[in-house]
Design a protein around this ligand. Structure first.
Ligand code: MEV
Length: 350
């Protein structure tokens, strides 16, 4: 572990605060931001080739990188933790070795940096600062946002400007390496933003969707995406006749939801969100905390409410018509943390 953590933390903070000014004595620092995401429809079913509709939210993760000459890889994040290691070539591949610090918490960041070093074929040291307002395991795409922001800022620090397609592919490779099965939804939203329909890992941008305001209700509980995806897989294998039609029907909800959104028929979008939630209950990925927040949002006038992301805790979303502060209050009174946010916002800013 670090010998003198508080000294180091202060030194890092001083250093990164200084770096905030962008260019110091010829040194270059690169700051990028990437949005979190919600699923309006189709989580879990998307893993089996059904369509899903995801949207970028106005809660962003920031990454700031600078190359260093001493082959050190250093990450500091007030919220996630810190890590230090050495960049070294082993068997023709750049690796971050001798890691110390918050290895588990920063595994997406470290893997993303390693993948980037190898993609651009430059084994430089990197100082990286992450600012994330998305709690991990909240179902708001925190790992996709942090992975995408890391890849974009590390590659810029290595003087390579990758395009969005390259960044989202590298982010996907990182997610697969860390968590196994994943759809491309999270990484595509983190790169491209807006509203994205995802089907069989192909994406389509919805250009006619209205900009919406929703309320997110955070249960404060961690939901493990990998575990929940495995749980649905097992359920599907053990009871295919029941589970497969549920998955297909979720796909139909997504298709109808997209049509209703295009027509700005929010009553129908809300009703379909409620139907999607019932189907997710059938996949056993909801939780008592989510049910409580969903029930209170509906009782306070939400047009629709459902969990978002992998479930098992994490967040729910509620769609309102007009003023949504009544829904926020109801979510708070039910023990959740409400966040009002715009959806369909800009993707990776770099
Ligand atoms: C997790 O945010 C959403 C899931 O559909 C998994 C995925 O799409 O990778 C459960």
């Amino acid at each position: 572990m670090f010998r003198n953590q508080s000294y180091r933390k202060n030194r890092y903070l001083r250093r990164f605060n200084k770096l905030n000014t962008k260019t110091i004595a010829g040194e270059k620092t690169y700051e990028v931001t990437s949005p979190g995401q919600i699923f309006l429809f189709g989580e879990h079913a998307v893993v089996y080739g059904e369509p899903a509709l995801a949207a970028a939210i106005n809660i962003r993760t920031k990454a700031r990188s600078e190359a260093n000459e001493n082959k050190r890889f250093r990450v500091f994040s007030e919220r996630i933790g810190r890590l230090e290691g050495k960049v070294k070539k082993e068997n023709g591949t750049w690796k971050i070795i001798d890691r110390e610090g918050d290895l588990e918490e920063l595994n997406f960041v470290t893997k993303a940096a390693e993948i980037t070093l190898n993609y651009v074929k430059k084994g430089e040291g990197i100082d990286l600062e992450i600012e994330s307002k998305l709690p991990s395991g909240s179902g708001l795409g925190s790992s996709s946002a942090v992975t995408t922001a890391t890849i974009a800022s590390v590659s810029l620090a290595l003087e390579e400007r990758l395009n969005r397609k390259e960044i989202s592919q590298l982010a996907f490779d990182t997610e697969v390496a860390i968590q196994g099965a994943a759809s491309k939804t999270g990484v595509n939203v983190a790169s491209y933003g807006g509203f994205l329909k995802i089907e069989r890992n192909e994406m389509e941008r919805l250009r006619t969707a209205p900009e919406l305001k929703i309320v997110i209700g955070y249960t404060g509980k961690y939901g493990n995406t990998g575990e929940l995806v495995r749980k649905v897989k097992k359920l599907k294998e053990s009871r295919p006749k029941i589970i497969e039609p549920i998955i297909e029907t979720i796909g139909k909800c997504t298709e109808s939801g997209i049509n209703s959104l295009r027509k700005s028929d929010l009553q129908k979008v809300g009703a379909l969100m409620n139907a999607n939630q019932n189907l997710l209950e059938g996949l056993q990925v909801s939780s008592p905390e989510l049910r409580k927040l969903i029930k209170s949002a509906r009782a306070s006038g939400a047009l629709g409410a459902k969990l978002t992301g992998s479930g098992g805790g994490g967040c729910m979303i509620a769609l309102g018509s007009g003023k949504i502060n009544k829904i926020s209050k109801a979510i708070k009174d039910a023990g959740g943390h409400p966040i009002e946010t715009k959806i369909g916002v800009e993707g990776l800013r770099y």
